[in-house]
Write a protein that binds this ligand. Structure first.
Ligand SMILES: Cc1ncc(COP(=O)(O)O)c(C=O)c1O
Length: 448
């Protein structure tokens, strides 16, 4: 086993980390985990307050998921999805088809969230080329400002966060971009219903003019996560579904973050009784254990890929439907069901709500938001003025650093603090998280 000194040196010298300014990187090596706790090689422990990047669902080292993976290892670690199936992937496809809203029942597996979105974009495109009534002119996509759907060229093209995507602009395909449906961005304060009507009217205007060229609209339903956990006004998603149907445009909902109970329902779409044409799932699908994602679609879309061999969906990933990932996913679904996790979230959500109410009275907290077990805190430099902190202060990062010193790991989205622990977090652990957060905000805002 390498020494800690070797691990930290090799980490610096050889490991290029995702979304990490490597010039500033301080090695931090996680060695093991248990429940909501991460342990580094120095033996320090940290409460995983953001579910290991929004994916760990039911805690680390969940005995049932661990056992399912071990059992699968004794059978086969990998078999392909090209022209054959693995037992676990078949079972998972059936389970997901049963769970997905409405008539969604055909499941295409990939390895990560970006690829699940990429699959949906390409399926939608190919669908219009070869559906019963082809509309080959439908080649464009509608996407939202500040959207994040992943980092492959296709998923980044529909993404709309300048600081992630701008540098690649010449490589990306053009999309029809609509403003982020965030009521706070409207010039005048309006009611949520008025905001919804306003954003839907903007969408309808585009659809009226361009629907013949538009293959699909893609969005993160209810919450735009990487935008800073921005909440759409109620009724927006349902309105989008109605309009896209009316104008013959397919709807792709990216539930890579919101799926599997995080919002208080199994899928965010359920809050507004919406069935999209493509549902993209990833992250929590395997309990946050292994890379596996899924794009689930309807019989109508699927049937356009039948008939001639030339109708085949021309896309695939080596590890799509990987048996170990599928076994972890089935165990995760079993646990969600057996423990009735989603229906029993209420007390934890209420505890989080209480914490946010307490934070709201802090003079440096501008706003808090909560849906299910996804919480966000925004800061203000100037008390009632609501002015944000200057970007160079990096208030979000400073508070997270302070929390880390106190044993809680959080990762901000710029100046928005995200609280998104595994759904399995206990009431005591949630309380500890809250206490550390309050202390950290207090310490940092006093110091600034
Ligand atoms: C809404 C959304 N879609 C897609 C992705 C991309 O998933 P992955 O990182 O697994 O490719 C993310 C990642 O955070 C996401 O937040």
């Amino acid at each position: 086993m390498p020494t800690n000194e070797e691990l930290t040196r090799w980490d610096t010298e050889h490991y290029w980390h995702a979304f990490t300014p490597m010039a500033e990187y301080t090695p931090w090596v996680i060695d093991r985990a248990e429940g909501v706790w991460l342990y580094d090689i120095e033996g320090n422990r940290y409460l995983d307050g953001v579910s290991s990047m929004w994916c760990n669902l039911l805690g680390h080292r969940q005995p049932k998921i661990d056992a399912a993976i071990r059992e699968q290892l004794d059978r086969v670690a990998h078999s392909t999805s090209l022209g054959m199936a693995g037992t676990q992937a078949v079972v998972l496809a059936k389970r997901l088809a049963d769970l997905a809203p409405g008539n969604l029942q055909h499941v295409f597996f990939a390895s990560d969230g970006s690829s699940a979105v990429e699959v949906a974009l390409k399926m939608a495109y190919q669908y219009w080329q070869q559906s019963e009534k082809p509309q080959p002119g439908k080649t464009k996509y509608i996407a939202l400002e500040q959207a994040y759907h992943g980092d492959t060229i296709g998923s980044a093209s529909v993404g709309g966060i300048a600081r992630f995507h701008e540098v690649f602009q010449p490589l990306l395909f053009e999309v029809v971009r609509l403003p982020i449906p965030d009521p706070r961005r409207l010039e005048k304060p309006v009611s949520p219903e008025q905001a919804t009507a306003h954003f839907l009217a903007e969408l309808e205007e585009v659809l009226k003019k361009e629907h013949q060229q538009i293959a699909a609209m893609v969005l993160e339903p209810l919450i735009q996560a990487a935008a800073g956990m921005v909440f759409h006004p109620p009724g927006y998603l349902r309105g989008v579904r109605e309009l896209t149907k009316r104008y013959d445009v397919l709807l792709i909902t990216d539930e890579i973050v919101t799926g599997f109970g995080r919002t208080g329902r199994m899928f965010a779409c359920e809050h507004e009784d919406v069935t999209p044409d493509f549902l993209c799932l990833g992250k929590s699908l395997t309990g946050g254990y292994l890379p596996l994602s899924a794009t689930i679609t309807s019989p109508e879309v699927y049937s356009a890929f039948l008939g001639e061999a030339t109708n085949t969906f021309l896309h695939g990933h080596t590890y799509g439907g990987n048996p170990l990932g599928a076994a972890a996913a089935i165990a995760t679904l079993d646990l969600l069901e057996e423990l009735d996790v989603v229906n029993r979230l209420k007390p934890k959500t209420q505890q989080l709500a209480k914490l946010l109410t307490q934070l709201e009275t802090h003079p440096h907290v501008a706003e808090t938001r909560l849906m299910g077990m996804i919480a966000a805190v925004e800061f203000t430099a100037g008390g009632d003025s609501g002015e944000p902190y200057p970007a160079e202060v990096r208030i979000g990062a400073e508070i997270c650093k302070e929390a880390c010193r106190r044993g809680v790991w959080l990762r901000p989205l710029r100046d928005v603090l995200v609280i998104m622990p595994p759904l399995s977090i206990s009431s005591e652990e949630l309380e500890l998280l809250g206490r550390v957060l309050v202390e950290s905000i207090e310490t940092v805002t006093k110091r600034l």
